[in-house]
Ligand binder design. Structure first.
Ligand SMILES: [Zn+2]
Length: 487
């Protein structure tokens, strides 16, 4: 079907994913036109295809945030230094990464202003003003915002100086309520990762050394990348009364006593998109799960000479599909079908719809799945004109499910439970994957593992075998922990 002029390469140069994940990743981000590097070191520009991905993440996650009773609001970008300095542990944790505004116009500022590295401080100060009585609680607010953390290295989505995220900040009357909220949001993140991004994760509590500065407890979801490194994809913090004490978030309770509120914060950034790219992509380029795809299906009319019927049919079909909610692009470029096929494959569009003169005559179109190899069973199906919407729905659901199943199989086959210390250290060092052991939860033990292997605890859960000993050091185990090297 695709006669190609020799000068049109099928796939723009992408190094094989298995050979060098990092080179593959950067090439795909740039060539699929998700991002460009900005003139400012450490910053990226999100191009329309990349921003479309972000918008879909936002839409899906925002719906879940609102469904659990939260509202969106917006707080300022700049934080006065004196406010930031009040919470000592928090400041110490973020100090090396804060960017400062020292001058406004011609005038040197009397007080430096921090560009938010996170918003606990500015939001805490406002909550202290808004909250007076137990009747004002809980406060359940989320903000979609940009953040600046001074980074020297740049890796699109994974590590950039400025990034986009959402940060939820809540205040509650009791410790139990705050803990329930923290766990609930961890569940929301897990649901989003698995059911929208098709990225399976391990969820749980962080060890003390991995905790958010100023938090009582931090929970996170951790995804496994193809190179055996873990990627922390979202975090949820129980801040206890630490921030309330510093910023004076107090309320008069039903018993007329003045009490400190319990607060939480939780966030997911565009880093999650980095996980999506690494987990699902292949040597042909990106593979975007349908629920996040800016374009769910591309229609490629196969036009020969002055023939316009396939193009007209493509436009008509696009209109019909858009009317029932699909995100559709018609590729009308003056390029060969073969070039278009590989170009859209590289950009990760989940389904391609082909309409040629022969299809027109038969009253049908072909739907081709991105997640299957050419000629593989089910890679191509035919649908009559009236059945395109229903068939497309089925195909998109099938792609979504198969991407998740594949990633889940990878995670499971790369999760290990070594029984002895030597195997454990070797697997940590070799980046074998997620290494699950009964663990003593002692900082000294964690430091020892880190120094010898570069692996750290990712998340902890309940001890699976009561009475077990820590595989890393032999002391009594109190939890099970996943260890891995991480991004
Ligand atoms: Zn230990």
């Amino acid at each position: 079907m695709s006669e190609l002029p020799a000068q049109e390469p099928l796939v723009k140069e992408i190094p094989p994913k298995g050979a060098d994940l990092s080179a593959w990743y950067t090439a795909v981000c740039l060539k699929a036109e998700l991002v460009s590097y900005a003139p400012v070191r450490g910053c990226i520009v999100l191009r329309p295809h990349g921003f479309g991905l972000w918008e879909n993440l936002q839409k899906e996650l925002d719906a879940r945030i609102k469904a659990t009773g939260h509202e969106n609001a917006y707080f300022p970008l700049l934080i006065p230094e004196s406010l930031l300095n009040r919470e000592a542990e928090h400041v110490e944790g973020f100090a090396p990464e804060v960017a400062w505004v020292t001058q406004g116009g011609q005038e040197k500022l009397e007080e430096r202003l921090a560009i938010r590295p996170t918003s606990e401080v500015i939001i805490g100060v406002m909550y202290a003003k808004w909250i007076q009585s137990h009747r004002d609680l809980p406060v359940l607010i989320n903000q979609w915002a940009n953040i600046v953390r001074w980074e020297k290295a740049t890796r699109p989505f994974l590590r950039t100086m400025e990034f986009l995220w959402q940060e939820g900040h809540t205040a509650h009357a009791t410790a139990e309520e705050a803990r329930t909220e923290t766990e609930q949001m961890l569940g929301v993140y897990r649901d989003f990762a698995e059911n929208v991004a098709a990225v399976p994760v391990y969820a749980g509590l962080k060890s003390a050394s991995e905790r958010f500065p100023g938090a009582l407890e931090t929970y996170s979801i951790e995804a496994l990348m193809p190179d055996g490194k873990a990627l922390q994809s979202a975090t949820s913090h129980d801040l206890g009364q630490n921030f309330s004490r510093t910023y004076g978030i107090k309320f008069t309770d039903v018993d007329q006593q003045i009490k400190l509120a319990y607060t939480t914060s939780w966030g997911m950034s565009w880093r999650m998109l980095g996980a999506v790219i690494m987990v699902h992509g292949d040597d042909r380029g990106l593979q975007i799960p349908p629920k996040l795809a800016p374009i769910e299906a591309v229609i490629v009319p196969i036009v020969k000479g002055a023939e316009t019927a396939p193009l007209e049919k493509a436009r008509e079909l696009a209109k019909t599909l858009r009317a029932v909610g699909f995100r559709i692009r018609v590729d009308e470029r003056d390029r060969s079908p073969g070039f278009k096929y590989s170009d859209w494959e590289m950009r990760g569009v989940p389904v391609r719809i082909e309409i040629g003169p022969r299809d027109l005559a038969a009253g049908s179109v072909s739907l081709v799945r991105r997640d299957k190899q050419k000629g593989e069973d089910g890679s191509r199906v035919t649908a009559g004109f009236d059945a395109v919407a229903a068939t497309l729905r089925e195909q998109l659901d099938a792609v979504q499910d198969s991407l998740y199943a594949r990633a889940k199989a990878f995670l499971e086959s790369h999760t290990f439970a070594p029984a002895d210390r030597a195997t454990f250290f070797e697997q940590c060092k070799n980046r074998a994957g997620m290494i699950d052991i009964p663990w003593c939860n002692r900082p000294a033990c964690e430091t020892d593992v880190k120094n010898q292997t570069s692996a750290t605890t990712r998340v902890m859960r309940e001890l699976q075998q009561p009475g077990a000993r820590c595989v890393a050091c032999g002391e009594p185990a109190v939890v099970n922990a996943y260890f891995a090297q991480s991004y």
